[in-house]
Design a protein around this ligand. Structure first.
Ligand SMILES: O=C(O)CCC(=O)C1=CC=C[C@@H](O)[C@@H]1C(=O)O
Ligand SMILES: [Mg+2]
Length: 383
């Protein structure tokens, strides 16, 4: 792996590490307490938080990212704030409105679907509950690779129609439901493999279902992050700073991909989210209405539609809304509430330093700290 500026030695690095355990309000991707290691370097703070089941070669990318932020700092920002989406976990429809309250001003909502043990009818109910609470929201769904091609083809059609069926301008009982509104913005990682994604895109096109397919795991957990797009398996890409090895690598991958990108969180603390915001803030401006996004490539959909990289000047709302508003899932984060928070659907571009009292209060147990330090030692040897 190419080197980044970093500590003098592994002991220098380990001496700078703080391991915290952040309790979560809602279970998200099976996690109820999120552990991450934070490191303070000469240029700021970095975060190392690969999920526990990740093997060292994959986790080493996350360490590279932490070192880049702590020793090199963020790339040059082209924006002062970044629009973000609300994220709705696979909760019951009745819980949706309460969850959305934590995302003031977000015009785009990402909804988790295809949860193990649930049915498509649960997903439809969750999508309907989102649109009841936010009738003008742009909706995207994330299946985390759980569907077969046939299941995905069916589910995407049904969910797209569920979104189109909500026409916020129509008074109830005043006529047939219009299905010509904006449908789903995109479906994120509907199936697990690149081959399946390729097949699904062909199937959706044949069925006349104009919903973009976005790749997430096929990028962040792949040996070659460009393969899925090159193979024709995705119209869009979800890109995360730490799994790609840092903000500058994210920018390089996004430039090579040449499709609209959504910068997303990996369930990071405020330190990791700030790195995601920094990467999104450094992306080149995009032209609205490019690609298939925003209703079959017809009407440009402004902020939410986005387009391939290489367009005009950067602005606050010229990228697909970033999936970075995950801080609200934690009961406590490493900064005081209000220090790095969502305002009017946007997160600020800012250097985030953890509050010392919080680092202390949220400190992980001694054996967990040892586990993380050993992991950092092994990953560092791979850089
Ligand atoms: O993209 C978002 O809105 C929030 C981040 C998010 O969904 C995820 C964060 C961390 C782990 C992932 O399983 C999950 C995702 O699949 O995108
Ligand atoms: Mg995802």
């Amino acid at each position: 792996m190419t080197s980044v500026p970093g500590p003098e030695s592994i002991d220098d690095l380990l001496a700078r590490v703080h391991v915290v355990a952040l309790p979560m309000r809602v279970r998200f991707r099976g996690v109820t307490e999120r552990e991450v290691a934070l490191v303070e370097g000469p240029a700021g703070w970095g975060e190392f938080g690969p999920f526990p089941e990740y093997e060292d070669p994959e986790a080493a990318h996350w360490l590279r990212s932490a070192l880049e932020m702590a020793w090199q700092g963020p790339p040059l920002a082209l924006r002062s704030r970044v629009a973000v989406n609300a994220t709705v976990p696979a909760v019951s429809a009745g819980e949706v409105a309460g969850i959305l309250e934590r995302f003031p001003g977000c015009g785009t909502v990402k909804i988790k679907v295809a949860e193990r043990g649930q049915q498509l009818v649960d997903d439809v109910a969750r999508v309907a509950a989102v649109l009841q609470a936010r009738p003008d929201a742009r909706v995207r769904v994330d299946a985390n690779g759980a569907w077969t091609v046939a299941e995905a083809a069916h589910a995407v059609r049904v969910l797209d129609q569920a979104v189109r069926a909500v026409d916020s301008r129509r008074a109830p009982g005043t006529g047939p439901v219009a299905l010509d509104g904006l449908g789903l913005e995109y479906v994120e990682q509907p199936c697990a493999t690149v081959d399946e994604l390729v097949q699904l895109r062909a199937r959706l096109a044949a069925d006349g279902v104009h919903v973009d397919v976005a790749a997430d795991e096929s990028i962040r957990r792949a040996e070659d992050p460009l393969r899925v797009v090159r193979a024709g398996g995705a119209d869009r890409a979800v890109v995360k700073v730490a799994p790609l090895g840092g903000p500058r690598r994210l920018l390089a991958v996004a430039a090579e991909l040449g499709v609209p990108v959504t910068v997303s969180s990996a369930l990071d603390s405020a330190v990791g989210v700030a790195a995601g915001v920094a990467a999104a803030a450094a992306l080149p401006g995009v032209r609205s209405g490019a690609g298939r996004a925003g209703g079959g490539g017809t009407a440009g959909d402004g902020a939410a539609g986005g387009g391939a990289a290489g367009g005009g000047a950067a602005g606050d709302d010229d990228l697909p809304a970033a999936g970075l508003a995950t801080g609200g899932f934690f009961v406590e984060d490493v900064v005081e509430p209000g220090v790095f928070s969502l305002v009017d659907g946007h997160l600020p571009v800012a250097a985030v330093a953890p509050d010392p009292a919080r680092l202390e209060g949220l400190r992980a147990s001694a054996d967990r700290r040892d586990w993380w330090l050993e992991r950092i030692r092994r990953c560092h040897a791979l850089l």
